[in-house]
Design a protein around this ligand. Structure first.
Ligand code: TYD
Length: 135
């Protein structure tokens, strides 16, 4: 069971002459069945997105363009910073991780998600997240 956020390095096929391809495959290098894909773009540099955690959702996230920085915190108060600065670098985020997200100019975030969207899966209040009794 994955309980900590961590990088997943995806292979790069290609060359500097021809360009590159990276491949994500459900239940192979992505550790769950993918039910949803979304992407965000045109986020101004001074905007902080995120500000939430999920009850069940697992995600693998890429910066397909630009650089995206995640500040994460688990329910025990363990904080980490992850910098997605290459299109082949993924970030796995398990359930129950609070995150703030910062974008460079023209960064594009691509998310592979383990569940369909439901607002019921979100903690949007940090104290609700910290007080939640898991299991
Ligand atoms: P949110 O997850 O809060 O975005 P971020 O983490 O990038 O700040 O989602 C922003 C809005 O989009 C919010 O109103 C919910 C809506 N939304 C959907 O309707 N479906 C989805 O799959 C996602 C990810 C968001």
């Amino acid at each position: 069971m994955n309980t900590k956020p961590h990088y997943i390095q995806f292979s790069k096929i290609g060359s500097s002459e021809l360009g590159y391809i990276s491949i994500a495959e459900a239940e192979q290098n992505v550790p769950f069945p993918i039910k949803r894909v979304y992407w965000t773009y045109y986020t101004p540099q001074d905007v902080v997105r995120g500000g939430h955690a999920h009850k069940a959702l697992e995600q693998v996230i890429f910066a397909v363009s630009g650089t995206i920085t995640f500040n994460t915190e688990d329910k025990d108060g363990n904080r980490e910073t992850f910098v997605l600065d290459h299109p082949s670098k993924g970030l796995y985020i398990p359930k129950l991780i609070w995150r703030d997200i910062h974008f460079t100019h023209s960064a594009v975030l691509l998310c592979l998600a383990s569940e369909h969207y439901t607002e019921d899966d979100y903690f949007r209040d940090f104290n609700d997240f910290k007080n939640y009794m898991n299991d």
